[in-house]
Structures are given as C-alpha cells and as structure tokens.
Design a protein. Structure first.
Length: 288
C-alpha cells in the first residue's frame, strides 16, 4: 500500500462522525478507497486476513471490479449484462440507489424475456425482498427455480426452499409429510449440485447432517448421496470434529457399523471433551 495515502478515522468520535456522514457505512471496519477527486472507487467491509486483504488491495489498484472499472466496461460494452448487474450491486453498496435502478432497468430492457444470468439473479433478488419469512409460500420460489439455469440462483433458491419445506413439516399432517420430506431432500440435492466452490466446505457439513437428521425418510439412494456429501465434508474440513461425526453417522446409515465407530474416534481425537460422542458410540454399537 506504499502508493496509497492511508487515513484512520474513528467514525464514532465527534469529528469522525462528520466524516462518516459522507460515506455509506454498514459496519466496521469499513475501508474506503478514494480516487484523487475524492469519489469512491471501492469499499471493503469487515475484517479480512492478510493474504485475501492484499489480493483485494491489488485488485482495487488495478481498478478491476471497482466502481470506475465497472463503469468503464459498461461504457465500452453495454451488452455485458453481468457487468451491469455487478455495477448495480456496487452502486447500491455506496448508497446510489438511483444509479443501481438505472442499471437494473437497462438489463431488463436488453433482456425482456429474463433469460440471462443477470436477469435470473435480479428475479431471485426481487422475490427475496417480498418473501414472508413468518409464513413462507414455496410456490413462487418453485416457479422461479423451474426456469432457472444459473448455478448461483439454483443454489441460493434451493437453500431457501429446503428451509421452507422443513418449516412446513412442523405443521403438516401425516398425509402431507411424505411429499414434503421428498421435496426437502430433493432441494438438498439441488443446492449441493449447484454449490459454489468457496461455499462447499460449509455447505457439505450442513447438507450431510441435515440428511442424517431426516434419516427415517431416506431411500437407499439418498443414503448414498448423504455418504458422498459427508465424505466431501471430511476432505474439505480435515480438522473439524463435526465433519468426522457426520461421516460416521452417514456410514452408520449404510450399515457400516465398524467404519462408523472408527470414524467417530477421529471426531473424539479432535474434540475429546464433547459429551455427545458417548451417545453416538451407544447408537453405533447397538446399545442405544
């Protein structure tokens, strides 16, 4: 950062509060990169470890993915709708709602059928803005996902849809429950299939353990799927006791008792004070 003039401002101090009014701060730490004319080039929010932080600084210095960089690309290639959408998100982040709305309008004008990646991301965004978390209706989301082709949209949408189906099972009748569970498990499959690489470590834990919790509804094929995801969880989280516990549970589902007990010992070694392991041992050994 030798070519950057750095200023540290306490935004909650008397003088800092006046400066903070000039910038859209949603949380701390907030790092604003300014152009020589004082306009915002980019924002980094929250703490980042040294290596990714250095990468982000280098990106900003190259003017890639910044406000000015995205504006330049849109001016040169206005047909690149994904770039327009990224610009809209960046404009919204700096508080320019009018500018963001103009980019969204331009995308819709150029893609009236809503088939592009940008349009699909916008459609999901609009749906989420009006989604009733207290009384969720899966029908609009199901309709959107039936037409979606973008992995990011499919991942986010099915992640929410699985939660909606799970919510509905709480009040479902015995007759309604099997269909809801089938849909819920199908959504777990879809979200895993479309999971971005940078989220697979965390998602693998969530998906595999959620399937274990729904074990009474799993088909043999579902159990194979759960085992595969749990195996990925261990590969992606080699020092995580929960990952080994989850794999042990999925091995047990497939009738692999000895393997499950051996894998459980890996979890015990990583987290020896966890009292849940005793119950697991009893279950896997047939005592619980």
């Amino acid at each position: 950062m030798k070519d950057i003039l750095c200023y540290n401002v306490d935004a909650e101090s008397e003088t800092g509060a006046e400066i903070a009014k000039l910038y859209p701060i949603s949380g701390y730490p907030a790092l604003f990169f300014l152009n020589p004319d004082g306009s915002i080039r980019d924002i980094l929010g929250g703490f980042l470890p040294a290596e990714p932080f250095a990468g982000e600084v280098a990106r900003v210095l190259r003017d890639e993915g910044t406000l000015s960089g995205l504006r330049a690309r849109v001016a040169q290639q206005p047909h690149l709708l994904n770039v327009r959408y990224e610009l809209a998100l960046k404009l919204r982040a700096v508080g320019d709602e009018e500018g963001a709305a103009a980019e969204i309008a331009a995308i819709r004008s150029r893609d009236p059928e809503g088939k592009s990646e940008a349009s699909q991301r916008i459609a999901l965004e609009v749906l989420l803005e009006t989604f009733d978390q207290r009384n969720p209706d899966p029908v609009p989301l199901e309709a959107l996902l039936a037409k979606a082709t973008v992995p990011e949209v499919l991942f986010q949408g099915h992640n929410l849809l699985a939660a909606v189906y799970g919510f509905q099972t709480r009040t479902a009748t015995e007759a309604e429950l099997p269909a809801l569970r089938t849909k819920e498990i199908a959504s777990y499959r879809a979200l895993w299939e479309n999971c971005p690489e940078d989220l697979r470590a965390r998602a693998s834990l969530a998906v595999a353990f959620s399937l274990w919790e729904r074990r009474e509804w799993l088909t043999d094929d579902d159990k194979d799927f759960a085992w595969g995801v749990a195996s990925s969880a261990v590969e992606l989280n080699p020092e995580n006791a929960t990952a080994f516990d989850t794999l042990a549970c999925c091995q047990f589902l497939k009738g692999m008792r000895e393997a499950a007990l051996a894998t459980l010992e890996r979890a015990v070694a990583l987290d020896p004070d966890n009292e849940a392991w005793a119950d697991r041992r009893k279950l896997f050994s047939g005592e619980g």
